[in-house]
Ligand binder design. Structure first.
Ligand code: NAD
Ligand code: UDP
Ligand code: UDP
Length: 389
């Protein structure tokens, strides 16, 4: 492993009340695992705004991209850690074909995987590394479990060695197909332990258990956020999640009508909005800037959690499709397609704890957030908005 900077002041002291007071002026070294991903890169942007923070990112680029961090590369307070590969391995990229559209090319020599031991000196760890979209986490389920279990164990081992505070981004999936609605943190969930989603939801449940065992056994300072569906700019365009799918589908569907060949060719396979049956299942969508704000408040606050971070506005998938149509083009058709196994029928966070303990609640409604995402997707797909005549 590469350790590129000298270690900072003794980290275990940083979080004791007394030393927090004495050392308030010194910089915080913050590790973000999965920092090249969707939420991770927005978190890095926010952390970098504070001049007292030094931010270190590790990522294996399975679903993330260095592009998401390009504005920070070379910044004196930012570090993207890479593994020391031999020269003859430098050109070996891994190519995965994960879905109809998505082919991932992974820049191996530059990647760091949380399933490997990692030696760094840091004060805080935001542990996000883990694919979040079902098509990616189901692609290699054994790897997903390793990431959740071994990856979290390693980050806890690291946190223990250097006395860092560690925050895990857990998920609303720990509630499974919930029988209680909305979901409170006290609810233990209804999870299929042997289903196709279990690598992710059971993986995160074990990760939460590990966090609490390290807390109880070794006195680690832990924070657990249970994140509900989050959306916004920089989501992988073809990652299969519902908001990104609907927006990309609507833009592609409309674009081939008014873009001349050859520019329209990539969009000719454009499909209608694919609402997975029955379409009455619900989700609650949180805009990414609200999410990042909640994560930072949780890390810097006094409560271990688990705390739900999400937007309680609840929508059926049919309602979401209608909202996207209304935004992009009312003529885009919908198609009901087959669903995947174990799809939760309802999901909505009870955020009383986040409000009371963190003073946090989301500010951006779905109708305010969707246009921001449309703008980003149009830019990346190269399809400008049609000017009204
Ligand atoms: P993402 O897939 O965009 O980001 C995950 C990042 O982790 C990627 O950059 C990926 O390359 C990296 N990664 C994956 N496996 C790794 C490994 N073994 N070693 C190192 N890096 C690895 O996902 P996201 O939406 O940004 O989610 C971030 C975190 O939030 C995840 O832990 C996810 O479980 C959690 N979460 C997200 C949502 C959501 O709606 N986006 C909901 C609930 C929980
Ligand atoms: N670990 C790590 N970086 C560190 C310290 C530990 O990656 O700085 C890993 C280590 O490889 C081990 C895991 O974290 O697999 C758990 O470490 P811990 O010290 O808690 O347990 P032990 O090594 O005693 O099993
Ligand atoms: N979904 C859909 N069409 C799509 C992709 C997903 O109707 O093209 C539905 C899916 O069945 C689920 C919901 O949208 O009920 C949310 O799925 P997503 O994969 O975004 O997140 P998760 O299932 O992890 O909440």
């Amino acid at each position: 492993q590469t350790i590129t900077k000298p270690p900072p002041l003794p980290s275990p002291l940083r979080f004791s009340k007394f030393f927090q007071f004495v050392s308030w002026q010194s910089n915080l070294r913050i590790l973000v695992t999965g920092g090249a991903g969707f939420i991770g890169s927005h978190l890095v942007d926010k952390l970098m705004e504070n001049e007292k923070n030094e931010v270190i990112v590790i990522d294996n680029y399975f679903t993330g991209s260095k592009d998401n961090l390009k504005k920070w590369i070379g910044h004196p307070r930012f570090e993207l850690i890479r593994h020391g590969f031999n020269d003859d391995e430098k050109d070996k990229n891994m190519v995965y074909k994960v879905s109809h559209y998505a082919v991932l090319i992974i820049d191996l020599p530059l990647s760091v995987d949380v399933t490997e031991t990692l030696l760094l000196e840091v004060d805080q760890i935001y542990h996000l590394a883990c694919p979040a979209s079902p098509i990616f986490y189901k692609y290699n389920p054994v790897k997903t479990i390793k990431t959740n279990v071994i990856g979290t164990l390693n980050m806890l081992g690291l946190a223990k060695r250097v006395g860092a505070r560690i925050l895990l981004t857990s998920t609303s999936e720990v509630y499974g197909d919930p029988i209680e609605h909305p979901q409170k943190e006290e609810y233990w969930g209804n999870v299929n332990p042997i289903g196709v989603r279990s690598c992710y939801d059971e993986g995160k449940r074990v990760a939460e258990t590990l966090m609490f065992d390290y807390h109880r056994q070794h006195g680690l300072e832990i924070r657990i956020a249970r994140i509900f569906n989050t959306y916004g700019p920089r989501m992988n365009i073809d990652d299969g999640r519902v908001v990104s799918n609907f927006i990309a589908q609507a833009i592609r569907y409309c674009s081939w009508n008014h873009i001349a060949p050859p520019a329209c060719i990539p969009f000719l396979m454009g499909e209608p909005l694919t609402v997975q049956a029955p379409g009455t299942q619900t989700r609650s969508f949180c805009y990414v800037s609200d999410m990042v704000d909640g994560l930072i408040r949780l890390m810097d606050g006094d409560h271990t959690g688990p705390i739900n971070i999400g937007n309680p506005g609840e929508f059926t998938m049919m309602e979401l499709a209608e909202a996207v149509k209304e935004l992009i083009d009312p003529k885009v058709p919908l198609k009901i397609v087959e669903n995947t196994p174990d799809d939760p029928r309802q999901r909505k966070p009870d955020i009383t704890k986040a409000k009371e303990l963190l003073g946090w609640e989301p500010k951006i409604t779905l109708r305010e957030g969707l246009p921001l995402m449309e703008e980003d997707f149009r830019q990346r797909l190269g399809v400008p908005k049609k000017q009204a005549n």
